[in-house]
Ligand binder design. Structure first.
Ligand code: NAP
Length: 512
């Protein structure tokens, strides 16, 4: 007879984490509703959440933008975005119910009256739709506008909940500062208005299933953790490669570059999750404590002329198409020294990782769009085979494929069929698409729902942001004095200096 707790019906267990988490009464205000992010990611994610039954019945979406729109015009914008980009099928009934909660407030960020109208709109929603004073403000706007909008929210009395049962939260998109001092200054401005527990900084990589699976892989299994250290690991490579260029994005990217855009946030967060110790539990504070510890122990390795690489893509051919070099792209200064490829070497000074280099690289117009974490193991200390039999045997590797084709690959040596004892690398694959029937939610679905639920685990706190800038800053300072980035041909894997930084230690980059 099975009477023990572990066999109890999980649906009756209040603490069962598999039960769908549905947000309580609330609303979301988006600033920057005419922008790219809002149309491609945020609006579709809100519809998908609604379609999955995860939003409360009276959920309300308020758009704020400098357009002379009525609520219906805004509804039409959301409709088009949903039709074009939503992940789940369009259902008229879901849409109609969701659209009843749409409101639009026209205005600019420096106009007090527009924010007063926003306050009235929100109070009306609380009364009419039962949003109960719970509102999140999503700043999908240029970072230069964060201070003015947070100040306006405070001035209009929108940042502070009216009572202990209500909440107000702010959601901030990257980039969070462009160096350490600007990040510290921005944190001060935001924290003056919203307490840290009400600030949700989006690093959409953390919303991806595969990134969360890294934690399951490491801490739910016995198989990997014993070898997850400097005794067995030779080095770690974290790559985020894109095959597209920067046409049309000069306004955002020129002067920012690959290291600030990707390494400071996404790649250092991936490093933290790969290298951190096991948290005492899966509550947000415990997780954060471990991430902060590992970021505090992480330092760039020099001399930077040899351990880092910086490149800029040149015009040429990619995938059968003629493409422009960065300096020919519209909007970029002809003398721009903005890097479109960046690679750095880091060390994590802990007992677990001492001596194991972590190589981080990212770039545009590279060979393929891929994000992965590759843990590359040391060679077996002894091979009792003929040297010629193991010529094609590389190092064992465990690769977490973050995107696309989410999953995991294990690479190890295997005997080639035949009479000789020849050993060659083979791969074993786990693919999300094959193992599970449900498709993964979009990162923004997960993250927006977490904001509405007040679940902060997947959002970096101010200390993590500042530590990440601290890690990167010495390299950025060196690059500032190191002349122009090296050109690399479109469709390749970056500049020659990137290969050199690896080959000087007898290693090489993976070609995913
Ligand atoms: N796009 C992405 O995939 C992506 C990815 C990661 C992070 N982000 C971050 O997300 C944020 C939004 O990005 P985006 O790509 O959507 O930018 P975007 O396409 O340039 O849109 C910016 C939005 O801000 C509004 N805005 C700018 N200045 C304003 C002002 N003074 N008063 C009122 N509205 C103003 C714009 O309204 P108008 O139409 O009136 O100009 C527009 O709706 C940025 O912080 C970006 O760094 C974006």
């Amino acid at each position: 007879m099975t009477t023990t707790k572990q066999w109890a019906n999980p649906l009756r267990d209040e603490r069962d984490k598999r039960l769908p988490r549905i947000a309580g009464p609330c609303g979301l205000v988006i600033f920057g509703v005419t922008g790219d992010l809002s149309r491609k990611k945020l609006m579709p994610a809100i519809y998908d959440l609604s379609n999955r039954g995860l939003l409360p019945p009276g959920f309300s979406l308020v758009g704020f933008a400098r357009r002379d729109w009525a609520d219906q015009d805004f509804g039409q914008i959301v409709y088009e975005a949903v039709k074009q980009h939503a992940r789940t099928p369009f259902r008229e009934a879901v849409w109609d119910r969701l659209a009843e909660g749409f409101r639009f407030v026209p205005g600019t960020f420096d106009d007090d009256a527009s924010f007063d109208t926003l306050a009235t709109t929100i109070a009306d929603l609380d009364r009419e739709r039962g949003t109960s004073g719970n509102h999140a403000f999503y700043l999908s706007i240029p970072p230069s506008a964060f201070p003015v909008v947070t100040k306006q929210l405070a001035r209009a009395g929108l940042a502070t909940p009216a009572g202990p049962d209500e909440w107000r939260r702010v959601v901030i998109e990257k980039p969070f500062g462009h160096d350490l001092s600007s990040a510290v200054a921005l944190n001060k401005v935001v924290n003056k208005v919203f307490p840290e527990e009400s600030v949700f900084r989006i690093d959409h990589y953390l919303g991806k299933e595969t990134v969360q699976n890294l934690l399951a892989l490491r801490f739910a299994n016995q198989l990997f953790e014993p070898i997850w250290n400097s005794h067995y690991v030779d080095h770690v490579q974290i790559t985020m490669a894109e095959d597209i260029g920067l046409g049309g994005r000069a306004g955002y990217y020129d002067g920012i570059g690959a290291a600030r855009d990707v390494i400071q946030n996404h790649l250092l967060q991936l490093l933290a999750l790969t290298a951190m110790e096991e948290p005492v539990s899966f509550n947000p504070n415990a997780l954060r404590t471990e991430k902060i510890k590992v970021l505090e122990a992480t330092k760039p390795v020099g001399p930077f002329a040899e351990t880092t690489a910086r490149g800029q893509y040149l015009g040429g051919w990619q995938g059968g198409q003629k493409v422009l070099g960065l300096l020919q792209e519209e909007g970029f200064a002809k003398t721009s020294t903005t890097e479109t490829f960046a690679a750095i070497t880091l060390e994590v000074n802990t007992r677990r990782w001492a001596g194991v280099p972590f190589y981080l690289r990212t770039g545009k117009r590279l060979g393929r769009r891929v994000t992965e974490i590759a843990v590359v193991f040391k060679r077996a200390p002894h091979l009792p085979f003929d040297e010629t039999s193991t010529e094609e045997l590389g190092q064992n590797a465990l690769v977490v494929r973050v995107q696309p084709d989410e999953g995991m690959t294990m690479r190890f040596g295997s005997k080639v069929p035949g009479n000789a004892m020849e050993v060659r690398d083979v791969s074993m694959d786990f693919s999300y698409g094959h193992a599970f029937t449900e498709s993964s939610p979009e990162a923004y679905e997960r993250l927006i729902l977490d904001v509405l639920l007040g679940e902060p685990s997947l959002f970096p706190v101010n200390q993590e942001v500042e530590l990440s800038w601290e890690i990167l800053e010495p390299v950025l300072k060196y690059w500032k004095t190191a002349g122009k980035p090296e050109g690399y041909a479109a469709g390749t894997w970056g500049p020659e200096s990137a290969d050199k930084m690896m080959s000087r230690t007898g290693r090489h980059w993976r070609r995913p």
